[in-house]
Design a protein around this ligand. Structure first.
Ligand SMILES: C[S@@+](CC[C@H](N)C(=O)[O-])C[C@H]1O[C@@H](n2cnc3c(N)ncnc32)[C@H](O)[C@@H]1O
Length: 280
């Protein structure tokens, strides 16, 4: 994700989906990334695509890179993965596909149907699911990926770290890409293909296609390490590649939340057909 302009985000409930579609209860499903501009960009493999704040500030999204093969910066993260890998916000699936070719058990999750379809089209395993929904293998993943700005999902990095701790096995690794500047901000944004113009003057149809504004966060390494330290995470590594910056963190040792335990049980009951994707 380019950082020449500001942040990005998302979150809003969506309808429950059936087990047949490989999805589950969606109490906290975010729908905004299911909006037309993102789906269209993934279908063509091209931008322009932005996250737009109501004041017009734009964060360009690197659709072309997401729709290409994994590059050397991606590989610098993937080579650090341990055990079964959950790619949170997998987009069109280049990382899931590359992980599979490296011999990892890997599952992508995403709230965009088009992203999940593209990931499956590359031969990767993917579920239409929010990270805040019940997920297979809670508490057993070896590595979680939050790349391409996905630490911004939900607009609250501390809450996302908390959720990540519930998903990881004891000693598990979270690999997150950070903004390559010292920033810690939360904003509300919409997806924008650049045709809408400034929010106030955008045609109603363009505003509707972009969906509701949703929360997003942008966070640099120093701020992420502060949040992580406060939550008991241990820094495993920090590095940069091709102008992108990454951090890996070890899961804090703590009791799982009651919410997650009951969600896991519910997930196990309601989605038996995806049990083959549970990490071993
Ligand atoms: C900034 S893009 C990253 C793209 C992706 N990493 C790639 O390789 O193409 C954010 C992605 O996260 C997904 N996403 C947003 N909110 C999510 C959530 N709550 N749970 C799972 N995925 C989510 C979006 O649909 C989108 O594909």
């Amino acid at each position: 994700m380019s950082t020449t302009v500001p942040p990005s985000g998302l979150a809003a409930p969506a309808p429950a989906e059936s087990a047949e579609t490989g999805t589950g209860p969606a109490a906290t499903r975010t729908t905004s990334w299911g909006a037309d501009p993102y789906a269209n960009a993934l279908r063509t493999g091209r931008g322009p695509l932005f996250l737009r704040r109501s004041d017009g500030w734009l964060l360009p999204l690197d659709v072309e890179r997401w729709c290409s093969d994994a590059g050397s910066a991606d590989l610098s993260a993937l080579h650090r993965c341990e055990g079964p890998v959950l790619d949170i916000g997998c987009g069109p699936g280049r990382l899931v596909a590359e992980l599979a070719s490296l011999g990892h058990r890997a599952l992508g999750i995403d709230v965009s149907e088009t992203a999940v379809a593209r990931t499956r089209g590359l031969g990767g395993a993917a579920l239409l699911r929010s990270v805040f929904d019940p997920l297979p293998g809670e508490g057993r993943w070896g590595t979680l990926l939050l790349l391409d700005g996905n630490i911004g999902i939900g607009g609250d990095p501390a809450a996302l770290l908390d959720r990540a701790a519930d998903l990881l096995a004891v000693g598990g690794l979270l690999i997150a890409e950070t903004a390559p500047v010292d920033v810690d901000e939360r904003v509300r944004v919409r997806l924008d293909d650049g045709r809408g113009g400034p929010e106030a003057s955008a045609a109603p149809a363009a505003r509707e296609a972009a969906g509701e504004p949703f929360p997003w966060a942008r966070i640099g390494t120093p701020a992420l390490l502060r949040h992580a330290g406060a939550g008991g995470w241990r820094t495993a590594d920090q590095w940069g590649a091709e102008g992108r910056t990454f951090v890996s963190l070890r899961r804090p040792v703590r009791e799982r939340s009651a919410r997650t335990s009951s969600q896991s049980a519910e997930s196990a009951k309601s989605t038996p057909e995806i049990s083959s994707q549970l990490p071993k």
